[in-house]
Structure formats: C-alpha cells, structure tokens
Design a protein around this ligand. Structure first.
Ligand SMILES: *[C@@H]1O[C@H](CO)[C@@H](O)[C@H](O)[C@H]1NC(C)=O
Ligand SMILES: *[C@@H]1O[C@H](CO)[C@@H](O)[C@H](O)[C@H]1NC(C)=O
Ligand SMILES: *[C@@H]1O[C@H](CO)[C@@H](O)[C@H](O)[C@H]1NC(C)=O
Ligand SMILES: *[C@@H]1O[C@H](CO)[C@@H](O)[C@H](O)[C@H]1NC(C)=O
Ligand SMILES: *[C@@H]1O[C@H](CO)[C@@H](O)[C@H](O)[C@H]1NC(C)=O
Ligand SMILES: *[C@@H]1O[C@H](CO)[C@@H](O)[C@H](O)[C@H]1NC(C)=O
Ligand SMILES: *[C@@H]1O[C@H](CO)[C@@H](O)[C@H](O)[C@H]1NC(C)=O
Length: 543
C-alpha cells in the first residue's frame, strides 16, 4: 500500500507516459482494451532481427505467477509475479558461429518511454528476473540476457573464447541494441532515455558500458562492481591459501571470526562518533588482530581468542594483496563484514568456486587445475591474459562524459565478496586518469558508500536504497538510487546523498528501525554527537 502510494507520486512527477502514434490504438490506459494483448501476440512474427530466433511473445497480466521452468536449475530462480500488465518476448541471438545469448524483453502496458537493461551476477548465465520485474513495474521497457551461457558454472567457457567475450561485454551490448529495436517496434516510437541497473558482475557490466559503449545508456546505476576482474579472481582465490583447510593451524572457526568481528568493533566502531555496530568508513579502521591472541594457559579450542598463527591469517585478510615485483593485486578486505553469512565462503577453508572456475575454464583451459597451487605467477599470468579486456579498469570515462552519461556508483561497506576498498580505488583512478577533482567528476560520476550493507544487499545498516526490488523502502528519488538516476538524467538534479532505511525485521514494509544518509565520496558520514544516532539529521557528511 505504502509502496503504491509512493509509486503514484513518483509516476506523476516524472513519468511521461507514451501515447502510441498512428491510427491503431495502443492505449496504455486501464480500459478493456485488447489491442495491447493482440499486438503483443503478433510481435514475435513481426520482429526482423539479424541472427535472432524469437521463441515467443506473450501477454502477461498483472500479478500472474510466472515460473521459469526453462531456466538452468543452478540459477535457483523461483516463481515471481509482476504488479503490472506487460508483453514478454524471449529470443536467442547468435553472437558468433559458436556463441549466443538468450534474452528477454518485458514491455509494460503503462510505458514511461524509458528503456532499461539489467545485468548479471558472479560468473552467471542467469537472467536477473527480479530486477526485470522491479523496473517493468516502474514502467521501463526492460531487457535481460543470460550473459552468453546458462547456469552458474564457468564450464561453458572451456576452450570457447567467444563465450568469454559474451560474458565480458558482448551480451549486455547485444541485448541493448536488440532490446531497443524490439521496444521501438512494439511501441512504434523510440525510447526517450536509456538506463542500466546492476550489481556485482552487474556493476562491472555497467562500468564496461561507461568505458566502452557510451551510447548504450544515459544513466548507469552500478553497485559493488567487480572491477579489475582478473585480479579480483586472484584475490578471491587467495583466501583459501591464507586459511588452509578447516582444522589447519591457520584456519579460524566461525566462532573465532565472531570474536574477531567484536574485536574489530571494539577498535573501530567509535571512529565515526557512534557505537552502533556500523563502521561508516572502514578505510579508517586499521585493525590490530594481535590484541585477540590468547593469554598463556588458555585451554585449547577456546573460541573467544586466537593463536599467533591465526592472528597472522587475520592480518593478511585485512592487508592489501601484492603479487610479483610488489605490484598491487587487489586491496584488502574491509574490516566489518565478518558476521555476514556469506563471509564464510571466503573463510570456510575451501577454494572459492568462481575463482576456481575462472582459472580452470578461462585462464588455463584445464578442468583439473588445482586451486591450492594458486600464487603470484598465476596472478600475473591471468591479468596479462585479460581475455576480451574483461579487466574493466579504464579510468578514461571521457566519451561517456562527452555524451552526457550519468553514473551512480555505490558499494556496501560490509561487502563480504568484493571488498568495498576497491571502489574508492577506481574512483581515484578515474580522477587521476582524467585529471579531474571531485567537483568536476560530480557532473557525471558520483560514488556513494553504503554503510552496513553487505554484497548488494543485507547487513545491519540502512541498506534499503532501491537498488533491487526487495531492497526498496521508497521510490522517492532521495531514497532510491534508480529514481535518483532518473531525476538526474531527466531533470538535471544530481543526488548529493542517498537516504537509506533499516527495517526492524530486515524486510521492507515492516517497522522502520532507523534511516541514515549515505554520503558522496570522498565525504564521510560522522555522528555530530547531538541527537539520536537513529535520526539521519544527527549525522553530517564531512571532508
Ligand atoms: C499509468 O501511469 C500513470 C502515471 O504515469 C498513472 O496515473 C496510471 O494509474 C497508470 N496506470 C496503470 C494501469 O498502472
Ligand atoms: C507459483 O507457482 C508455483 C508452481 O509453478 C507454485 O509452487 C507457487 O506456490 C506459486 N506461487 C503463488 C504465490 O501462487
Ligand atoms: C540456454 O537456455 C535456453 C532456454 O532453455 C536455451 O534456449 C538456450 O539454447 C540455452 N543456451 C545455451 C548457450 O545453452
Ligand atoms: C550476425 O552474425 C554474423 C556471423 O556471426 C556476424 O558477422 C554479423 O555481424 C551478425 N550481425 C549482427 C547484426 O550482429
Ligand atoms: C580441539 O581441536 C582439535 C583439532 O581441531 C580436535 O581434534 C579436538 O577434538 C578439539 N577438542 C575439543 C575438546 O573440542
Ligand atoms: C618482475 O620483474 C622481472 C625482472 O625485472 C621481470 O622480468 C618480470 O617481467 C616482472 N614481472 C612482472 C609481473 O612485472
Ligand atoms: C518481527 O518479526 C517477529 C517474528 O516474526 C514478529 O513477532 C514481530 O511482530 C515483527 N516486528 C515488526 C516490527 O514487524
């Protein structure tokens, strides 16, 4: 209910609902107008797209329960419903003689004239159906693609660089070019503005577009981006080398990680002025794990303290990773994320699957490569290989800037998968490469640090910022990164801070626990010492 009210307010302030031109009605109104449905069913036979096979176009009434039986089971895609009527189109587009993408376009009846592409996650070939539902409900003609392969495994990359090229950039770009033409055919007019929404690998895809395909989007919302991708896979693979297998002297139990987390808070939580379990700026936290070493005489297997060997593991986790000749591979894991469930993916004493798959199926084309042998020579080799320039580390965004593209970058400060320390590193790389201070970057590129947020969602902070449907407290552009982007592109009003919400039970729609502004980098959020820390106005973005 609350959602719908805000939705209407958003729609009336920003929406320019398209009226179809021509004599045939294609009403986007409420009535019993069947022409939308008829035009939808006919669309499949009308589309003439090079190298494409259109599977179907079908009308989906609002709130229909859609199940995705064709989707690879590893994607774990459950059924979902979309709160508006739309036309669903599915097709396959060949991208080379030995690769293709599977894509869908979701075309809402109540179209705002806006186009949007979603992205992907991990090494996945899974459409982000939930993101598609979110933006279709908001009136965007929306596309999603499988990134060139199906399922979460990297095995389809084996000895097929074309599939890697799809994954690096060609899936999103093809999806956008084809999707815009489908949208135009269906609505009989060109979209007015084009947007992108993605997180993690999806964040990397957004930056790939900004770096290499500046014509694809007018506004890009890119979260927790998997930038410097070759090195990211080296870094995420190296945790297993630090911890060893479960039970090794170097390994910490989950209980010991809990103790580490509490010790990190004891050392760093107060730096921002409020002791609330949330470290606003983990860059300021130089954690010293040696404080947790067990005093002499402590019984073995005590879970509230650690050995000197374990302290060395913890110190390495929170230190930058250097490779051959002292070159930086990837910045350190930021302190603070240790309790989030997925943290144990890195600390569980097992190799990280995406890293293993990347080295096996892309870097070495050897399914038997042993992740326990990973080392500096592999880091250097894989980054030099850089297949299809997947690195995504160009600091030159001048083509995007010249075209007027806006970029909203965000990163959770408790990200347990892609360290949030990499995002300021990229921002500063752009500043150096383009020789621009933040006051000039602000015209087209803004970066927000979301305190207390895990990898794209979750965490104890005010993490509901509208980056995903389930992560939406409000459609007010001050509180929603997507509608903030629409306002920036269409009204020229850029976001200075994002107001996030935390719910008592962790799911949207319940009782609000607190709200907090998330500052634009390089500003940092600081408690003023006056007023309730749960009140966002008790905090200030300071230099
Ligand atoms: C379509 O959008 C307009 C505002 O742009 C809104 O007033 C109307 O209620 C919407 N119709 C439906 C069926 O959602
Ligand atoms: C949607 O359909 C699936 C089976 O296709 C069913 O398991 C699920 O309960 C349905 N969900 C709702 C909300 O009806
Ligand atoms: C992916 O799955 C879709 C739907 O089942 C199928 O049409 C397509 O051929 C598959 N693509 C690949 C590359 O296997
Ligand atoms: C269609 O596929 C061929 C062969 O792979 C390719 O050369 C051509 O560029 C493709 N056309 C489009 C529009 O992508
Ligand atoms: C202590 O840890 C060792 C090695 O992990 C294990 O074999 C042993 O059973 C543990 N002892 C207790 C009392 O938990
Ligand atoms: C490291 O330095 C050596 C000697 O200067 C050089 O041969 C090698 O290519 C360098 N390796 C990297 C990864 O830069
Ligand atoms: C939170 O969840 C609990 C148990 O599910 C429920 O009893 C409680 O009313 C909920 N509180 C709020 C504020 O939604």
């Amino acid at each position: 209910m609350r959602f719908r009210l805000v939705h209407a307010a958003f729609a009336s302030s920003l929406a320019a609902v398209a009226q179809c031109s021509g004599s045939n009605s294609c009403s986007n109104g409420n009535g019993n107008d069947n022409s939308f449905q008829q035009r939808c069913s006919k669309l499949a036979s009308q589309l003439k797209i090079e190298n494409a096979t259109v599977w179907f176009s079908e009308y989906v009434a609002a709130n229909t329960n859609i199940s995705f039986s064709d989707t690879d089971p590893s994607c774990g895609q459950g059924p979902l419903s979309v709160g508006v009527d739309f036309c669903r189109v599915a097709l396959r587009v060949a991208t080379s003689s030995r690769s293709s993408i599977s894509m869908e376009a979701w075309l809402p009846r109540n179209w705002t004239g806006r186009f949007l592409s979603t992205g992907n996650g991990g090494l996945n070939g899974c459409l982000s159906y939930d993101d598609m539902a979110y933006t279709t409900e908001l009136g965007f003609s929306t596309v999603g693609a499988n990134n060139g392969h199906n399922g979460t495994s990297g095995a389809p990359f084996l000895n097929n660089p074309e599939v890697v090229t799809d994954f690096a950039w060609r899936s999103v770009h093809t999806n956008v070019v084809v999707g815009k033409s489908i949208s135009k055919t269906f609505y009989r007019q060109q979209h007015k503005k084009s947007y992108y929404l993605g997180c993690s690998t999806g964040g990397r895809q957004g930056f790939m577009s900004a770096q290499s395909f500046p014509d694809d989007f007018d506004g890009i919302v890119a979260g927790a981006p998997a930038l410097d991708f070759n090195n990211l896979n080296s870094w995420s693979g190296h945790f297993y080398l630090l911890t060893g297998a479960a039970g090794s002297p170097t390994y910490l139990t989950p209980d010991q990680w809990t103790a580490v987390h509490q010790d990190i808070l004891a050392q760093c939580d107060g730096i921002d002025g409020a002791v609330d379990g949330i470290i606003e700026d983990p860059e300021l936290c130089q954690y010293r794990p040696e404080s947790l070493i067990c005093p002499p005489g402590t019984p073995a297997n005590t879970s509230t303290c650690i050995t000197g060997t374990q302290a060395a593991t913890v110190r390495a986790v929170f230190s930058d990773l250097y490779g051959q000749n002292g070159t930086l591979v990837y910045p350190r894991m930021q302190p603070g994320s240790e309790l989030l469930g997925e943290a144990y993916i890195y600390y569980a004493g097992q190799p990280f699957q995406y890293s293993v798959d990347w080295f096996r199926y892309v870097v070495y084309n050897n399914p038997n490569w042993n992740p326990a042998t990973l080392g500096p020579a592999d880091y250097a080799y894989s980054d030099a290989l850089n297949p299809a320039d997947i690195r995504t580390w160009s600091g030159d965004l001048s083509a995007a800037r010249a075209r007027g593209v806006k970029i909203l970058h965000y990163h959770g400060q408790q990200d347990q998968i892609i360290t949030s320390a990499n995002s300021p590193r990229y921002y500063n790389h752009v500043a150096q490469t383009m020789s621009l201070p933040s006051s000039a970057l602000d015209d087209f590129y803004r970066f927000f640090r979301i305190s207390g947020m895990g990898h794209c969602s979750g965490g104890p902070g005010a993490v509901f910022i509208g980056n995903q449907r389930a992560n939406t407290a409000s459609l007010d552009p001050d509180q929603n990164v997507l509608t903030a982007m629409v306002r920036w592109v269409e009204e020229g009003k850029a976001p200075d801070a994002i107001l996030g919400t935390a719910f008592v039970n962790g799911t949207a729609g319940g009782q609000i626990a607190f709200q907090r502004w998330h500052c634009k980098y390089p500003l940092r959020n600081t408690y003023t010492g006056k007023g309730d820390p749960k009140d966002p106005d008790s905090w200030k973005c300071v230099v």
